[in-house]
Design a protein around this ligand. Structure first.
Ligand SMILES: Nc1ncnc2c1ncn2[C@@H]1O[C@H](COP(=O)(O)OP(=O)(O)O)[C@@H](O)[C@H]1O
Ligand SMILES: [Mg+2]
Length: 376
């Protein structure tokens, strides 16, 4: 620890030009049995861009002793990591159904999903902000960028992928190995709790069972080879989120909000939960950012302006972009033919935003700096 920190003594905070040692930012340097080294420092006041520069410096300084993919850089913050409380939703009465097994709930053995490259969760604090819409269109945009993409609907209380992907009523088959065979829609594999229940069934599911269902979606589903698995989460920080991070390696979280519903306290709580369990936040997306009448330049900031951008800045997470309100986005959702499926809307602003956001996400995983390392 001491030696490693000595090696790192020349690492500078790009903002102040002073070393992290001088600024008393080092928290820990821990060599793991697996051969990895985990470096932790205090990130207060440091921007995401500067964080990346610091990570690069750390990796460079340690490159004599460690392979770059063995170096994991973590940060802690006085403002966002003290006494955070991850809360669980109260268990609800059960209405069991379908060929899903229930009851082998959260076990806490974190595993990667075989064959799946990066697991990206799309999260929000509130419902109705466009999380599912963003999950589906982000997945489709990653596919446009040449990636193999799957979608997992983890919103067990209000699954929406069957509708968004025009597969309502379809039933997944079992493979000869008795795994769940995901459905295919628009060139992507997907699975949803909605495929196992009837439309009018009450979706009341006990927290402990929920983990079991999710585990089957992760590990008993034949995902094949994927570059990305995008997970559509229910809103908030409840059982699903906990079960997700306890059982699976999540490589990053995209947080969606409208400028209005950025109830800052809620957003901080949601982010904090993921940070507490060391799940990297990829960044925030501002959905329903504004509305422009067709053929007009002016923008109407119906839900307020820059709400998400400002919170991202306060929380020191990346701002990934703004998606405007477009009628065809809603229509695409309702009709089961998502916005980003083809080039129909390629001259629209939301289309450009999706391309930009997905490009940023893919680049993060492919870059060799901070995020590339963190999300190895
Ligand atoms: N940018 C947008 N422009 C127009 N409608 C949108 C946009 N984003 C989401 N919607 C619509 O808003 C509603 C809620 O979106 P949804 O993705 O279901 O939210 P959530 O998953 O957060 O509950 C849906 O009808 C969807 O089509
Ligand atoms: Mg949803």
């Amino acid at each position: 620890m001491e030696n490693t920190l000595k090696t790192l003594s020349g690492v500078n905070n790009p903002k102040t030009g002073k070393s992290l040692t001088e600024e008393n930012r080092w928290v820990n340097a821990e060599a793991k049995e697996s051969g990895e080294i985990v470096i932790t420092y205090k990130r207060d006041g440091i921007s995401p861009q500067e964080k990346r520069e610091i990570e690069d410096q750390i990796i460079e300084k340690l490159s004599d002793k460690y392979d770059s993919d063995k170096i994991l850089v973590k940060t802690v913050s006085n403002t966002t990591e003290t006494q955070g409380e991850a809360q669980a939703e109260a268990p609800k009465p059960t209405a069991a159904h379908a060929s899903l097994k229930v009851g082998h709930g959260v076990n806490g053995n974190k595993k990667r999903i075989p064959g799946v490259g990066k697991v990206i969760a799309v999260s929000s604090c509130k419902g109705g902000v466009g999380k599912s819409t963003v999950a589906v269109n982000l997945a489709l945009t990653l596919k446009r960028l040449g990636k193999k993409v799957g979608l997992l609907d983890a919103d067990i209380y209000g699954p929406s992928l069957p509708m968004l992907l025009n597969k309502k009523g379809a039933k997944p088959e079992a493979t000869p190995e008795k795994k769940i065979k995901p459905l295919e829609a628009y060139g992507m594999k997907f699975i949803s709790f909605g495929l196992f229940i009837n439309d009018n069934d009450p979706v009341i599911w006990r927290g402990p069972m929920l983990g079991g269902v999710l585990n089957q979606f992760f590990f008993d589903t034949d995902w094949g080879d994927l570059d990305y698995l995008v997970i559509d989460l229910p809103p908030g920080t409840g059982d699903t989120q906990l079960s997700l991070v306890q059982n699976t390696e999540v490589d990053g979280v995209v947080v969606v909000s409208t400028p209005q519903s950025v109830a800052v306290a809620d957003t901080i709580k949601g982010l904090r939960m993921f940070q507490q369990v060391n799940t990297p936040i990829i960044g925030m997306v501002e959905n329903m950012a504004y509305f422009s009448p067709e053929g007009k330049e002016e923008k109407y900031y119906i839900f307020g302006k820059d709400g998400v951008k400002n919170v991202a800045k306060d929380l020191e997470v990346d701002f990934l972009g703004s998606i405007p309100l477009e009628m065809v986005m809603r229509e695409g959702g309702d009709s089961g033919r998502p916005y980003m499926v083809d080039d129909s809307y390629k001259d629209n602003e939301a289309f450009a935003s999706y391309m930009d956001i997905a490009g940023k996400v893919a680049k993060m995983y492919e870059s060799k700096g901070f995020l590339g390392k963190l999300f190895k």
